[in-house]
Design a protein around this ligand. Structure first.
Ligand code: CP
Ligand code: NVA
Length: 318
């Protein structure tokens, strides 16, 4: 059956765990690279290249470093290939419909990954596509990021049971929304520290409601960042000005008290892990001292985008 990954809720709890286990396996294989111990070339091809001869179209309406490189290398390392398609170079830019683009690409490739400005675009793409569509970030959600985030926490802590993530900063963006939906689905508690004006939307909380109840997840919103980081196991932040926003000056001023800095960390647990989806605006939402500090796992998190992407692709395309 055709399966898309448009929002975090397109995967059940069981499917997320399947992806995490697969990530762990693929990451280990990649790090070991012990080709000599495998019996015969066929085995290497089957195990190392589960996406042999598969192809992925990658449409980008916005810039990207991690998503673009990790998806492209994930396809290559699994035996397939990826095509980078900037939306401004496609006939989309001359008015061809999203539906016709999806219908055409579906005749050529085995999957479509898209980074879009408006979430509506990715739902439209999926409606007309006969191959899986993966959301590589929209204005509303960033599910591949949240999967990597929770996988990374699981990898570092060995369990997600009873953990609390504290997100400080812009509580109303794609990364926060996805973090909430995936955390709620996996039963991880989330504390969001943000100004009232940048609070997560009620519609997103509504989406997570059933998971929050079922998995007994605690979601709390704080206007005091110190309260938000208290007793949390992970401190997470993201840019204050997401791609496409134009109100930088105002945001920087209003979000300043929510900067992840050494002072804020002094209110958190000593071993609280620091995360950021990147790109970071050093000196705005996070200081050099914190992102480069001993508690930061930011670049392990970035590396894991590659390993998780491989598992997502194998799960959806194979
Ligand atoms: N975190 C993330 O999606 O990074 P890019 O914008 O570089 O892809
Ligand atoms: N919230 C950020 C995430 C970047 C990966 C943005 O949308 O720009």
């Amino acid at each position: 059956m055709l399966k898309h990954l448009l929002t975090d809720q397109d995967l059940s709890q069981e499917e997320i765990w399947k992806i995490f286990e697969l990530t762990k396996h693929l990451k280990k294989r990649f790090q070991d690279k012990d080709f000599d111990s495998l019996e015969g070339k066929q085995k290497i091809i089957e195990q190392e290249e589960p996406l042999r001869s598969k192809s992925l179209a990658m449409i980008f309406q916005k810039p990207s470093t991690r998503t673009r490189v990790s998806f492209e290398l994930a396809m290559t390392q699994l035996g397939g290939r990826a095509l980078y398609l900037s939306s401004s170079d496609l006939q989309l830019s001359r008015g061809e419909s999203i539906g016709d683009t999806a219908r055409t690409l579906s005749r050529y490739v085995d999957g479509i990954m898209a980074r879009v400005s408006n979430h509506q675009d990715i739902t439209e793409l999926a409606k007309s596509s006969s191959v899986p569509v993966i959301n590589g970030l929209s204005d509303s959600f960033h599910p591949c990021q949240a999967l990597t985030d929770l996988f990374t926490i699981w990898e570092k802590r060995r369990s997600l049971k009873g953990l609390t993530i504290s997100f400080v900063g812009d509580g109303n963006n794609n990364v926060t929304n996805s973090l909430l939906l995936t955390s709620a689905r996996l039963g991880v508690n989330l504390k969001i520290g943000c100004p009232e004006k940048y609070k997560i939307q009620g519609t997103i909380l509504d989406l997570a409601k059933d998971d929050i109840l079922k998995n007994k997840t605690k979601v709390e919103i704080f206007s005091d960042p110190r309260e938000a980081v208290k007793e949390a196991d992970v401190i997470y932040t993201d840019v204050w000005v997401s791609m496409g926003r134009t109100d930088e000056k105002e945001r920087v001023k209003e979000l300043a008290p929510f900067q992840a800095n050494q002072k804020l960390l002094s209110f958190a647990k000593k071993d609280a892990t620091v995360m950021h989806c990147l790109p970071a605006h050093r000196g705005q939402e996070i200081t050099d001292e914190v992102i480069d500090g001993p508690n930061s796992i930011v670049f392990d998190q970035a590396e894991n985008r590659l390993h998780v992407q491989k598992a997502i692709l194998t799960f959806l395309l194979k």
